[in-house]
Design a protein around this ligand. Structure first.
Ligand code: ZN
Length: 251
């Protein structure tokens, strides 16, 4: 089976549409959360995500925008976007967001792969370094975890005596590109497909991944999108300027 793995769309409709146009054929979509927050199209992105189905875990922005988590941990800019999003959501989309499940969850129907927003042990944990990843991997027996939250494409392989960090290597900056790896080594893989709507790894292109459970390969993608349009929507919505500006830098 082929799984399209999306994470951290963050209400960026223009990035999501470009990702869906570039995505190869797949059987199931898994959405790792932070569907909303930061961008200007929360309802459009939720509507599109609901159509795609099928596997979802909630992100910290989903919880906070839905009013079921405390906003106090958010910085001023993120909090402004949370308040804006909460007001913008339709009642139906607000209820849907509230009901999103907590990860980790199996990548159904597989039992040896799971999805989480933050990490296998805590849906809000940031896996930024291999030491965190190793600690978190100790809390799970599942060999492959797809996670989001950090907005950094790549991940970690934790073996009995090694912690390996991997990151796709690309040649271009303004074209679509892919990078493939085989999950063929013993140990636990923790894999971030990248952020669709607000990358923070220095590459402005929308990130996502496709996992093929038959070949045990992950293909990472970076796709260009109409970033000026996404920025204009943010400015027209009078969301903080920083949320528009950062999109062109991927930071
Ligand atoms: Zn996020």
């Amino acid at each position: 089976m082929r799984f399209l793995i999306l994470s951290d769309i963050h209400s960026n409709l223009d990035a999501l549409e470009a990702v869906l146009a570039a995505a190869p054929a797949h059987d199931v979509v898994a959405n790792l959360g932070d569907i909303v927050g930061y961008g200007a199209c929360p309802n459009e992105v939720i509507d599109r995500s609901r159509e795609l189905g099928k596997i979802f875990v909630r992100g910290n922005h989903d919880k906070t925008c839905a009013g079921i988590a405390d906003i106090r941990g958010f910085n001023y800019i993120a909090a402004a976007a949370v308040v804006w999003t909460n007001h913008a959501l339709t009642p139906d989309n607000l209820e849907w967001l509230k009901a999103l499940p907590q990860g980790p969850l199996p990548l159904d129907p597989l039992t040896d792969v799971q999805v989480a927003h933050g990490s296998p042990r805590d849906e809000d944990e940031y896996l930024l370094g291999s030491d965190h990843a190793a600690d978190s991997a100790d809390n799970t027996d599942v060999p492959i975890t797809f996670f989001g939250h950090t907005h950094m494409q790549g991940g970690f392989l934790i073996t009995n005596n090694q912690e390996i960090t991997f990151k796709p290597t690309y040649k271009e900056e303004n074209e679509n590109e892919t990078w493939e790896m085989s999950l063929d080594r013993p140990g636990k893989y923790l894999i971030n497909p990248g952020s669709v709507g607000q990358p923070r790894d220095g590459d402005w292109r929308a990130g996502f991944a496709v996992f093929d459970s038959d070949t045990r390969k992950v293909k990472f993608f970076r796709v260009i999108y109409d970033v000026a349009k996404a920025q204009k929507r943010i400015r027209d919505a009078q969301l903080p300027e920083r949320l528009a500006e950062r999109l062109v830098h991927g930071r």
